[in-house]
Write a protein that binds this ligand. Structure first.
Ligand code: UDX
Length: 457
């Protein structure tokens, strides 16, 4: 009875969340939504029709589609969908649509106060909309503190000429950030601070600083030194919460996860399987694909490989591989229940593209990594995992079968792998402790709830 009353009292506050419509952004936002729901808030999710979340998995939330539901607007035709979200964030023409929607919602909710808007950091235009309505906006940053610090330094790095250096400088150290090599900076994928991606990152940083608070999918003990810098550079409250420690993201998966892999893993020996997945967006050409396949087979280790349809440019799925090529040790699927795979005792290591969700999920399940970043924040996270925390081996020179099988051996067979596993085990323990009463993540979660509850609209 007491509990019931408590729930009724707190359910009179609603939070509106707006994820950026890609898998690596939808997962943490919906995990956050579920956590806030469990703390008593009512939840509204704004979403685009492009990559609509699986609404049927969230009967306890209200969903409202915005931005791309005008059938007359040809930007929303199927062929241009992939360009849709970037178009919006570059042109900022979502602001009016969002303002109208929020005005309706704020007028509607007579019995329920809207406490705040939480949007992905990429939706930078939402800050001015929230300001104009006097609605506090919190930012969900779906990547690491470290990569965000580097992103905030892009103008400085551009001034110093890093983005135009030729290949002869790739191995040189970046003197402003001694952890990084020039090639890590170049892999972000921008040419100068005038290119559209750099402009997006710059707006993202500016409007994150202007927000009412930042929620990071991370934990204090993972990025303690970076937290000091963030608190200095971003003059708003930061809340560090490692979502994969609380929940899996299976319910927000846009693709069907092949559950049969768990039965396959049940039949493998402890820590014998290399799990391989390069996230939801990255692509390789056929040559790289074949190098990966040869590297895996030559390693002679059992492996579970996620080859997303569309992963190989110009191919539907596996047609560039000769029949029977992968042999009996390899299992290939289109999409896996990643967190369950990482949690399985048969999984010995994770060959990843170092997307932040994958990285954190790996740490949270104490799985050693091989890091093959593609673009964006991934090279920065790969460097951090391999050189600062030393829980991964960085495959720095792309995909070459000899280097691949030797990295697999280092992590799966050699003494080095045992040491890496031990270090990642310690990190996982720190994450576990951080969730306990008095632990850093637990306190961050509690102070986030108190903070949101205190916001006055
Ligand atoms: C991207 C960026 O890489 C990332 O750094 C950024 O912060 C968010 O957007 P993505 O490239 O897809 O995301 O990688 P990642 O961040 O690792 O997210 C992939 C998600 O898909 C993970 O939560 C993972 O568990 C899930 N996944 C992946 C599956 O559910 N099944 C799979 O087979 C593979």
């Amino acid at each position: 009875m007491e509990n019931q009353q408590e729930t009724l009292v707190s359910r009179n506050r609603r939070i509106i969340l707006f994820p950026f419509p890609f898998q690596g952004h939808i997962n943490p936002m919906l995990q956050l939504a579920n956590l806030l729901y469990s703390k008593g808030f009512s939840i509204t999710i704004l979403h685009t029709n492009f990559n609509t979340p699986k609404i049927s998995n969230y009967p306890h939330f209200t969903f409202i589609s915005i931005l791309d539901n005008d059938p007359e607007d040809e930007r929303f035709s199927k062929s241009s969908l992939i360009n849709f979200a970037p178009n919006f964030i570059f042109k900022q023409d979502g602001a009016d649509v969002l303002r109208k929607e929020l005005e309706l919602l704020l007028a509607l909710e007579k019995d329920e106060l809207v406490s705040c808007l939480i949007t992905d950091a990429f939706w930078h235009f939402t800050q001015s909309v929230a300001d104009s309505l006097n609605l506090p906006r919190l930012v969900l940053r779906t990547s690491s503190l470290y990569s965000t610090i580097i992103f905030s330094s892009i103008p400085l790095l551009d001034d110093r000429g890093y983005f135009t250096l030729d290949d002869s400088h790739l191995e040189e150290q970046v003197s402003e950030f001694p952890l990084l090599k020039v090639k890590d900076i170049l892999k972000i994928g921008i040419k100068s601070d005038k290119d559209p991606y750099a402009e997006l990152l710059s707006e993202m940083i500016k409007q994150t600083k202007a927000s009412s608070g930042i929620i990071w999918n991370s934990f204090k003990e993972l990025e303690e030194t970076e937290l000091e810098r963030v608190q200095h550079d971003f003059p708003v409250q930061s809340f560090l919460i490692p979502f994969p420690k609380y929940l899996t993201s299976s319910s927000s998966s846009l693709l069907d996860q092949d559950q049969t892999v768990i039965h396959w893993l049940d039949q493998q020996s402890t820590e014998s399987v290399l799990y391989v997945s390069f996230g939801s967006i990255s692509q390789v050409d056929e040559k790289e694909f074949l190098e990966i396949a040869h590297g895996l087979v030559n390693s002679k280790q059992p492996f579970l490989w996620v080859v997303r349809p569309g992963f190989v440019k110009g191919s539907t799925w596996l047609e560039s591989l000769p029949d029977e090529f992968l042999g009996e040790k390899g299992r290939v699927v289109k999409w896996a229940p990643q967190q369950e795979v990482l949690a399985h005792e048969a999984t010995g290591a994770f060959w990843t593209h170092s997307g932040w969700n994958s990285t954190l999920e790996s740490v949270c399940e104490s799985v050693a990594m091989i890091c093959s970043p593609f673009r964006g924040d991934q090279s920065l996270d790969a460097r951090y995992m391999s050189d600062v925390l030393r829980v991964g081996v960085y495959l720095e020179n792309g995909f070459e079968r000899g280097e691949i099988s030797s990295a697999i051996k280092r992590v799966m067979v050699d003494e080095e792998g045992k040491e890496i596993r031990e270090r990642v085990r310690v990190l996982k323990q720190k994450a576990d402790v951080s969730l306990m009463k008095g632990g850093s993540s637990n306190e961050s979660m509690e102070s986030l709830v108190d903070y949101i509850s205190s916001l006055q609209v």
